[in-house]
Write a protein that binds this ligand. Structure first.
Ligand code: CDP
Length: 252
């Protein structure tokens, strides 16, 4: 896991002037309305819903269980198998059902983002299946999926070192903002949009970072700082979802 130092509290000049108007009127550091809930798929060993604005992810965890096919078993460690899927009616233009390259890439990235937080050495030759379905999409689906999946793993009782929280930071022209909508991802003025999804543990260890666009080193460090602030907020929402489920169980 890479460890980025949260050293600069300096926001770029454009950001500090804060002249940039987001289409939905949010502040540059303001996430969309966010909620999380666990236990949404009763048949799964663990499950969770994570919503940010109009983007909704549902994650269901099955296992740990014996890895099949057998030749994929690793006697040294357990494995996570992720399947990310954006369902047909999650966006206005219907998506062709089935696996596609984008879904395969996001499935792999999600696995990489989660793996460092899970104590897989406790499950040699076993597999934990994580199924993520995006039932409604307005950008940031890989981050919402990671947030839901981390919660679902914890809900399944899988031993973890930490939860993983994820948010997309964007550079719109020259200004950094958090939790982009699809409208913002399609921003075309000036330098255009740069999308930087970042995932990290609550102790600030970055487990995943992607970059689609152009950005300088200083603003990239600032992006990590912004992501850290948002991930701290997301972590509190995730923790509350788990606590609410425990409280509900105790009342039964
Ligand atoms: O969703 P995320 O931002 O992680 O990934 P993306 O590939 O950058 O997709 C951005 C957004 O484009 C998605 O969240 C959807 O709102 C939209 N999209 C779409 O409308 N149709 C697709 N086939 C793929 C994405």
């Amino acid at each position: 896991m890479a460890e980025f130092k949260v050293k600069s509290k300096i926001v770029s000049e454009t950001n500090s002037k804060n002249l940039f108007q987001r289409p939905d009127g949010r502040g540059i550091k303001e996430m969309r309305e966010t909620e999380a809930k666990v236990g949404v798929v009763p048949a799964a060993d663990g499950s969770a819903m994570f919503r940010t604005g109009k983007t909704i992810a549902i994650a269901a965890v099955y296992g740990p269980k014996k890895m099949h096919p057998q030749h994929k078993q690793d006697p040294a460690t357990g494995q996570i198998r992720c399947e990310y899927n954006m369902i047909s009616f999650s966006v206005d233009e219907r998506i062709r059902p089935g696996r596609n390259r984008r879904a395969m890439e996001i499935s792999e990235i999600t696995k990489w983002a989660l793996e460092p937080s899970v104590m897989l050495d406790k499950y040699p030759s076993q597999v934990i299946d994580v199924h993520i379905n995006i039932i409604q999409a307005d950008a940031g689906t890989r981050c919402a999926g990671i947030n839901a999946a981390s919660l679902a793993l914890a809900h399944a009782g899988v031993p973890m070192k930490d939860l993983v929280s994820s948010v997309s930071v964007g550079k719109l022209d020259k200004t950094l903002v958090v939790d982009l909508t699809k409208e913002e991802e399609d921003f075309e003025e000036g330098e255009g949009p740069t999308d930087i999804p970042i995932s990290m543990t609550s102790s600030g260890k970055v487990t995943h970072m992607q970059l689609d666009g152009k950005i300088g080193v200083k603003q990239l460090q600032e992006s990590v700082d912004l992501a850290k602030e948002s991930c701290e907020e997301i972590y509190e929402i995730q923790k509350k979802a788990l606590k609410d489920a425990v409280d509900m169980e105790a009342k039964k």
